[in-house]
Design a protein around this ligand. Structure first.
Ligand code: PEP
Length: 259
């Protein structure tokens, strides 16, 4: 069984001081939670402070992006090795905001995924269709292209070390989440493709998490779907109590019983 993974993407919110205040409270709130992998993704500037404040806790740290080169004349960019040194274990790649606002392509996602793995980071690779694409019945084609190109060259051995976040673009930051049935349908399709392209064992072990307006009220129904292995949470993860509640309800959905 896949341990559910709940990750909070803070986007461009929270200073270093805000981050330290949040994680100090948060680590206490979730210290007894078992059976859930918990991750927070602060902005780059706060990754090291978050990792230090979360040392010896059950909460991991993610960066929100990386560049694929190890080092060099790439002003403004951050490498996987730098992120790893700062204390993060995960990195979000190909978030829809990076794809739409910063022109990130599937080829860039692929280079970043390969670089993350080479640096010893767990990539959280985001995929998902826009509303227009869904309305034109292109959802599965879009997902197929993003998986095929984004994960090109990875082996069946590497797939279990990677997380795929299905984030329908129309559900991100809109308050309109996919229904549990819509999420399950997409996740089942993603897993089917993983079986086809990377083998049954790799597909069985790979986490496919859902993102898009996850809140305490809908977390349980979404994470209880058989192919939904957790959540990538944006807005609601900025509030420490809301994020804790999402974790607690997701755990109940996946494992049963209170914390
Ligand atoms: C996200 O940023 O990945 C996300 C899913 O945002 P929100 O939860 O706010 O929709």
């Amino acid at each position: 069984m896949r341990t559910p993974l709940i990750a909070g993407n803070w986007k461009m919110f929270k200073s270093v001081a805000d981050t330290v205040r949040y994680v100090k409270e948060f680590r206490g709130l979730v210290k007894d939670v078992t059976g859930v992998e918990i991750v927070v993704a602060p902005p780059f500037t706060a990754v090291h402070a978050a990792a230090e404040a979360l040392r010896n806790s059950n909460v991991g740290v993610a960066a929100q992006d990386l560049y694929w080169e190890r080092e060099g004349a790439f002003t403004g960019e951050i490498s996987g090795a730098m992120i790893r040194e700062a204390g993060a274990e995960y990195v979000i790649i190909g978030h829809s905001e990076r794809r739409t606002l910063f022109g990130e392509t599937d080829d860039a996602v692929n280079r970043k995924a390969q670089a993350a793995i080479a640096a010893g980071l767990i990539p959280i690779v985001c995929i998902g269709e826009t509303l227009d694409q869904r309305d034109r019945n292109e959802t599965f084609d879009v997902l197929d292209r993003q998986i095929k190109q984004g994960l090109d060259g990875l082996t069946g051995q590497q797939i279990p070390e990677l997380v795929i976040a299905y984030e329908p673009v129309w559900a991100i930051g809109t308050g309109r989440n996919a229904t549990p049935a819509q999420a399950q349908e997409a996740h089942a399709h993603i897993r089917k493709r993983l079986v086809q392209w990377f083998g049954a064992e790799a597909a069985e072990l790979c986490h496919v998490i859902y993102g898009g307006s996850v809140k305490p009220e809908n977390a349980r129904d979404l994470v209880s779907q058989p192919d939904v292995d957790g959540a990538l949470v944006g807005g609601a993860s900025l509030d420490v109590r809301a994020f804790q509640e999402i974790i607690s309800r997701s755990r109940t959905a996946a494992v049963g019983g209170p914390v």
